[in-house]
Design a protein around this ligand. Structure first.
Ligand code: PDD
Length: 285
């Protein structure tokens, strides 16, 4: 059965779903995206994702092409049509199709809207969480506006590939100041030996992850101390536990960084508990 995608007003089999080669997303990476988890056939934390989407669009001066309620209908329709029980929905909005020119296209060019949904293996995700993942560090080389969720992900692609080639699953960016910023597609966290959970403030240098925001609610409810501050690779290597968060990975334990074991070298109890509790604090729609 072919997967169904949404492209500018139409639901189409994936193989027929196309945009123009003059789409500014294709030519300039001039667009934004969101990825939401699908859990039990429902979309996780949609209002938080759409709020971030609106912010990304505003920062890039791309008009919201339709009301948020209409976007929500499309994403739910895709989940249903693709029979996704566990997986993700992907939404991309670009500045639209226009003759190639760096300046913004004339008024009246409509943003392009593309969305897909697909099933993922919960078993595989769970198996990774039981083993924990390896992380490799890479120098931070992205533009300063990583708070905007743009489709301009070339540095992230190269970082993830570099990690893979070193036998690691995720890459952690490290700034010139020696502090970890975030992963190539996730936020980075450690757990100290006194049981505090540490992650960098989202004011600068990282994407404000939705999973990160929900996890902060989990920490507050469980009365676990949160320290919003940067940490170095050395601190991570000496920490009790480490993990990453993203819509596609939830709370994923990290067991090595650059080949050095974190804590016992196995997923730690705080990380496991946060992963288990996570969905209790999500909003489903
Ligand atoms: N990425 N930081 C970066 C650079 C990311 O790309 C992502 C998510 C996150 C975590 O954000 P959230 O918790 O909202 O998923 C942090 C998505 C999953 C992706 O690009 O596939």
């Amino acid at each position: 059965m072919s997967r169904i995608a949404y492209v500018n007003g139409r639901y189409l089999p994936l193989r027929d779903a196309r945009v123009s080669i003059e789409d500014r997303g294709y030519q300039f990476a001039d667009g934004v995206y969101e990825v939401c988890e699908v859990w039990g056939g429902r979309i996780v934390d949609m209002p938080r994702h759409t709020a971030r989407l609106e912010r990304s669009l505003r920062e890039l001066r791309i008009a919201l092409p339709m009301p948020l309620a209409a976007l929500s209908v499309i994403l739910h329709e895709l989940v249903a049509r693709n029979h996704v029980h566990y997986g993700l929905v992907y939404l991309q909005i670009t500045r639209g199709v226009a003759r190639r020119d760096h300046v913004f296209p004339p008024a009246g060019v409509r943003p392009s809207v593309v969305a897909t949904a697909r099933s993922l293996s919960l078993q595989k995700n769970q198996a990774s969480a039981e083993r924990g993942i390896a992380v490799a560090t890479v120098p931070e080389n992205r533009w300063p506006r990583v708070d905007i969720k743009t489709v301009a992900l070339l540095p992230n692609v190269l970082a993830r590939q570099a990690a893979r080639e070193q036998g690691a699953y995720e890459a952690w960016y490290v700034g010139a100041d020696g502090f970890v910023t975030e992963g190539s597609a996730s936020n980075a966290w450690i757990v100290t030996h006194s049981g505090s959970v540490v992650t960098r403030s989202a004011e600068r240098g990282i994407l404000a992850g939705i999973t990160r925001a929900v996890l902060m609610d989990v920490l507050a409810a469980l009365q676990i101390t949160l320290e919003e501050r940067p940490f170095t690779v050395a601190e991570a290597c000496g920490a009790a536990e480490a993990f990453v968060t993203a819509a596609t990975q939830l709370v994923m334990p990290v067991v090595t960084v650059d080949g050095k074991s974190i804590g016992s070298g196995a997923p730690g109890p705080v990380t496991r508990r946060l992963r288990e509790e996570f969905h209790r604090f999500c909003q489903f729609s």
